[in-house]
Design a protein around this ligand. Sequence first.
Ligand SMILES: NC(=O)c1ccc[n+]([C@@H]2O[C@H](COP(=O)([O-])OP(=O)(O)OC[C@H]3O[C@@H](n4cnc5c(N)ncnc54)[C@H](O)[C@@H]3O)[C@@H](O)[C@H]2O)c1
Length: 494
Amino acid sequence: MKVTVLGVGYVGAVTGACLAFLGHRVTCVDVDEARIKKLRAGHSPIYEPGLEELIAMAQERGEIGFDTDVAAAVRDSDVIFIAVGTPSLPTGETNLAYLESAARTVGAAMEPGRFYVVVNKSTVPVGCGNLVEALVRDGVMQARPEAAADFDFAVASNPEFLREGSAIHDSLYPGRIVLGSGSSRAISTLKKLYRPLTEQRFAAPSFAPRPAGMAEVPIISTTLASAEMIKYSANAFLSLKIGFANEMANICERVGADVVEVMSGIGLDARIGSGFLNAGIGWGGSCFGKDVNSLLHTAAEYGYEARILAASLAVNRLQRGIVIQKLQEKLFILKGRTIALLGLAFKPDTDDLRDAPSIQIAERLLHMGARVRVFDPIAMEACRAQYPRLQLCYCEDALSVATGADAVVLVTEWPEFADLDLMQVALKMRRPILIDGRNLFDAEKAVEAGFEYTGVGRPSRTTPSKPYHTPVTAPRPPMRTPAEPQLAAKAGGR
Ligand SMILES: NC(=O)c1ccc[n+]([C@@H]2O[C@H](COP(=O)([O-])OP(=O)(O)OC[C@H]3O[C@@H](n4cnc5c(N)ncnc54)[C@H](O)[C@@H]3O)[C@@H](O)[C@H]2O)c1
């Protein structure tokens, strides 16, 4: 089928590459000329493992093109995906400006006498399917009012559930595909489009092997409003699950329990599930915050106060602050101290810094007079470009970031950090304090390496636990003077 994808960001680039890989003819269109130029040269504008390889394979298997000209691409398409950004406005509402502009352009580019399916892949508040339909019609009316009656199109919602960092895997082997529309023709067109995926009729690329036992992918077909709500409910629930683990962590710290043990203890219950129960310094990224805020706003528009959603945002906000609190507990004064941040990206395997805890932590530390050294395997270039005013000292690896530091904070759990030689890191520091914001390290090993270790929701460790030796010959009990038993009894001892 012929497909246009509008917006070539994290979602659009992956969607376009996957559909072309499955054999469709795809044109990816973006208003950002630099982005299109880079893609045409075979380079991905974002860091996403496997994306460049998939684009290269897609070029061989199907046909994938990159363009800034919407009209030429849309005119000839069967399916048009809108995958533009839907960021938050300062009020928490969704900024629909990009979506609205894209929908109008699509309408203006369509031709009479052909059936188009316009698909919202962007995450949009309930009702935006109807809004897009009206705006596409506006575009038609502006461009070809005389032939308006001959235009035939339907709008569908097909929310995206990929995770940055494993986006190719998630798109080729999704848990489900959600299709929402009032038009059965639109639904059957999209089912046909996704058939190679739902039936898994493709040879898996070497960099994204098919998971063992992968069967047919279920399609959930719903109304437009339900599909839109499914996406928001999914993100609200996932963010809530992390928030719950964080709240339990805060209680664990106070009562002397270890949240890692507690969460693995509850995660094995099939009703709860073990995913998204890692306590830490809070979730970030481009989706959770904006989507929960947007849903909260939608609920309020309908006169409903969504208390659980509000609490989920509040818990996450508080959690971001615990790094500073833990540093203050250890160092008292932060002014003039040097703090090293391991990781900047909001999660591993991406260069995405949107709503990343690292930025907020760095800003607070700088504001408090600390010096901040940072290292991230991938996101440093993005950080320099997006936050030029942050006075960060960018370092070339984990050892150099720790040099002369009063404390190291693990912010992003890049797998390579787990393999660090902690003793070498500790030796470079002025004071070996490790705040493990993601509970990545084994506390015992960190302490053995010489660190004062503090995780999230687990007891702080400064000394290795003493190995328990069973003496080969039991030592003789010490001789007691007659007064001793009375003293022991007075002190409450045994
Ligand atoms: N990033 C994720 O992990 C993820 C996951 C699921 C859903 N989503 C949703 O998908 C949507 C896109 O997210 P993203 O992270 O890919 O955004 P992004 O910011 O990475 O990309 C958006 C792209 O759209 C382009 N654009 C803006 N207006 C345009 C127009 N009129 N025509 C053509 N291109 C236009 C921008 O230049 C940009 O390249 C959002 O609604 C987001 O909530 C994102």
